[in-house]
Design a protein around this ligand. Structure first.
Ligand SMILES: [Fe+2]
Length: 280
């Protein structure tokens, strides 16, 4: 056995011990795929991949997500490696990093399938904060009481970047609000039935209001579901060590980073596996 998988919690998380040189071995790739489906978040402790190795592993797991327009400062040799840091925030706009302090699913409001999975490797850590937290939206749905499953069945929710931006800016201008609400606002079902037949919640701080519900009632429902999904049994908090690589199922997990010092130089390299399913 070239890869050894050890569960972290029954509902979420596993560590994978594997030699870095074996990451793209077909047997390892198959083990990792199965483990990802079962455990949702996989930690490769201190594996220390280079950008080229991370991209090769990403490609071995599935077609990578290609970034049409590389962010400023992107390494032109590695345009599909996205650098997550305050220094390299897209267009110098640090709110894009601060927005990740709040629970979310990557790409949920894009007009294409959200990425299937995300790989994040630690390149430079912050001395304080910066832990990444994950919550299983499969477990959160499965364990909901039957009456609550029925209560939310068929509901649709508006998502945009506005709700998380409002948590960052105290007094947004009408122009800012219009911009945030603008193109990104979209409707998604609150329960996603995947092609596999599994179901998961589609929630996070991109969720603004519930279609056909008074705003207060809708927000109360959404906050209750976030609190439910983030309970310790469904949540894994990753405290990063140098060289750690974490891979998670973006379609059934919400994540956030605990705030960290902007001047710490914390830097993570992210690659993504393209999604194939729209949220329906
Ligand atoms: Fe994210």
């Amino acid at each position: 056995m070239k890869a050894r998988v050890t569960p972290i919690k029954p509902a979420i998380g596993a560590t994978v011990e594997v030699d870095r040189a074996d990451l793209c071995d077909p047997e390892v790739v198959e083990t990792v795929r199965e483990a990802l489906e079962r455990h949702s978040v996989l930690v490769f402790p201190r594996i220390g991949v280079s950008d080229a190795e991370q991209l090769a592993f990403t490609d071995a797991l599935g077609p990578r997500m290609e970034f049409g327009t590389p962010a400023p400062g992107t390494d032109t040799q590695m345009p599909d490696v996205y650098k997550v840091s305050f220094e390299e925030a897209l267009g110098g706009r640090k709110e894009y990093v601060q927005g990740t302090f709040f629970w979310h699913i990557d790409g949920v409001m894009m007009d294409r399938p959200p990425s299937k999975a995300t790989l994040l490797s630690a390149r430079q850590l912050s001395a304080t904060g910066g832990e990444t937290e994950f919550a299983s939206l499969y477990a959160a749905y499965e364990e909901l009481p039957e009456a609550e499953k029925q209560e939310i069945e068929g509901l649709r929710v508006f998502h945009s970047i506005e709700p998380s931006m409002k948590l960052i800016f105290d007094d947004p201008t009408p122009e800012q609000t219009a911009l945030w609400r603008g193109d990104s606002r979209c409707l998604r079902p609150i329960v996603w039935t995947h092609d596999s037949g599994r179901k998961s919640l589609v929630i996070g701080y991109s969720a603004d209001r519930v279609e056909g519900m008074p705003p207060a009632d809708g927000r109360a429902l959404l906050l209750r579901l976030i609190e439910w999904a983030a309970q310790p049994a469904f949540r894994y908090t990753h405290k990063w060590q140098d060289g750690d690589l974490v891979l998670w199922d973006n379609t059934g997990v919400m994540h956030r980073v605990r705030p960290y010092d902007e001047t710490s130089g914390r830097k993570m390299h992210r690659t993504s596996i393209a999604g194939t399913e729209m949220v329906v």
